[in-house]
Structure formats: structure tokens, C-alpha cells
Design a protein around this ligand. Structure first.
Ligand code: ADP
Ligand code: ADP
Length: 232
């Protein structure tokens, strides 16, 4: 089964004349160990799709699964647990805690959950982000690209089913952006992670295995195109 999937999900905001259809029967499979990019013009529904798939926002109709869990049927308590235990988030703003070191920021989700890090996994994550010599630094002592790599490592530390990244390079110059994208790609290639990223940037999307294009709340294109086999 895919790491996550949406089946004909629809979502509208507002009522009457103010009603906006953000998603119109969108279906999407996010296969395991694959890096998917979602592109499309502003207002095409990218954020809404990501939020609905990550259990941050409700759908009007259709179904969302993360693994074998039907997200669209969970109550708030179970949703919170799903987001905490099975999903990693990376945002445009790095959202690091300024008073904690890089390593403390990375392990924060485990500390909050009262869990011990899996040391082998933590080593792999830290080696892959390439920040061994910066682990004792605070965010203010790191470049933007380094901070975002710390935020990515924090998202990975609990070995989530899937990572949702919303414009992860939106605040970065192209070189720092490339560092973050390489890390996300390596987490897929070398660690088998599943990653989905919303981006405006075709250069960023080029790091992905699959690019899905949205327009007016619908999937209008996909690269590479699905083969007949996969559609069936
Ligand atoms: P982006 O295009 O980068 O996804 P937007 O500026 O469209 O960002 O949206 C930023 C945030 O504001 C999102 O969380 C979105 O849900 C919310 N938002 C977007 N459009 C509206 C709107 N018309 N009314 C209220 N909130 C909105
Ligand atoms: P994108 O991420 O591609 O920019 P969004 O998912 O943010 O697109 O928005 C899709 C549509 O839904 C847009 O027309 C946007 O204005 C609208 N929208 C998004 N969030 C809200 C909201 N909270 N309230 C009202 N309209 C919204």
C-alpha cells in the first residue's frame, strides 16, 4: 500500500457567493520511499491538499489514508496522535527553538513524547544532514540552509511514515535550498523515507521522483506520466 493516499477528496471554503472550491475530487497516491513534488499556481489548492492529507484540515468528501489508517475518520485526539507519531512536518519558516542546540532541536519531538532516540537511526539522520560539527550550535549560529536541515532532521527523528514539506526552500537562497533538497532526496534514496513537498520552484521540483501539477483544485498533469499498468 502507498504511504498515504487521497481518494476523490473535495474541499470548499466559505458559503454562497464567497464559496471557493479548493479541491475538486483529487486522488493521489504517495508511494513509499518516493519523493513527490506538488506544483501549481497560487490558489490551485496545493496547501489545502497537503493539509488534508496530513490531517491538519478536514475534507468535505472523499477519503485520506496514512498507511492503513483512515485519517478522515479519526477524532481529534487520534488525529493529534497520528500527526505526532506517524507524520513529519517541514515548513517554510524553520520553527526551531532558539535557546536549544541543533541536536536538542532535532531530538525535541522524542523528548516531548518521553521516548528515547533510536541511536542508530539518529546517527544516520545526523550523518545524512552533514552537520556533525554544528550539533552544539544554536539556531542563530547556523545559516538558513543549516537551520532548515536541522528542521528536516527533527521531522525525521521519529521515523515517520511520511514527511510533508510546505515550501521548504521558500526562505532560502539557491545554494542553501540545494542543500536542503539534496538532504530530502537522500532521506528518500538512502533511508527509504517517503517525502511530499509543495513548491513553486521548478528547480526544487526537479529533485523529486514524481511531480504532480494542480490547477483550480484538480490534478491536471503528472511527470513522469503514469503508465497504463499503474493506472489500473
Ligand atoms: P500559499 O499560496 O503559499 O500556499 P497562501 O497565501 O495561499 O499561501 O495561504 C497562506 C495561508 O492562508 C494558508 O494557510 C491558507 O489556508 C490561508 N488562506 C489562503 N487563502 C485564504 C483566504 N481566502 N481566506 C482565508 N485564509 C486563506
Ligand atoms: P495554494 O497552496 O496552491 O496557493 P491553497 O490551497 O492555499 O492554494 O488555496 C486554494 C484556494 O482555497 C484558494 O482560492 C484560496 O484562496 C482558498 N483558501 C485556502 N484556504 C482558505 C481559507 N482558510 N479560507 C478561505 N479560502 C481559503
Amino acid at each position: 500500500a502507498p504511504a498515504a493516499r487521497a481518494a476523490r477528496i473535495s474541499k470548499a471554503y466559505g458559503r454562497g457567493d464567497a464559496r471557493v472550491v479548493a479541491l475538486d475530487e483529487v486522488s493521489l497516491n504517495l508511494e513509499r520511499s518516493r519523493f513527490t513534488a506538488i506544483m501549481g499556481p497560487s490558489g490551485s489548492g496545493k496547501s489545502t491538499l497537503m493539509h488534508c492529507m496530513a490531517g491538519l484540515d478536514s475534507v468535505d468528501s472523499g477519503e485520506v489514508f496514512v498507511g492503513d489508517i483512515e485519517v478522515t475518520r479519526l477524532d481529534d485526539k487520534r488525529l493529534t496522535r497520528l500527526r505526532r507519531d506517524r507524520i513529519g512536518f517541514v515548513f517554510q519558516a524553520f520553527n526551531l527553538v532558539p535557546t536549544l542546540t541543533a541536536l536538542e532541536n532535532i531530538t525535541l519531538p522524542l523528548d516531548i513524547a518521553g521516548r528515547k532516540p533510536d541511536q542508530t537511526w539518529l546517527d544516520t539522520v545526523v550523518d545524512t544532514i552533514g552537520l556533525r560539527d554544528r550539533l552544539k550550535h544554536r539556531p542563530s549560529e547556523l545559516s538558513g540552509g543549516q537551520q532548515q536541515r536541522v528542521a528536516c532532521a527533527r521531522a525525521l527523528v521519529s521515523r515517520p511514515e511520511i514527511i510533508f514539506a510546505d515550501e521548504p526552500t521558500g526562505n532560502l537562497d539557491s545554494r542553501s535550498g540545494a542543500e536542503v533538497l539534496s538532504f530530502l532526496r537522500n532521506s528518500v534514496r538512502e533511508m527509504g523515507q517517503t517525502v511530499v513537498m509543495v513548491t513553486h520552484d521548478p528547480v526544487a521540483a526537479a529533485y523529486a521522483d514524481l511531480v504532480v501539477f494542480l490547477a483550480d483544485g484538480r490534478v491536471v498533469d503528472q511527470i513522469p506520466e503514469p503508465t497504463a499498468e499503474k493506472v489500473l
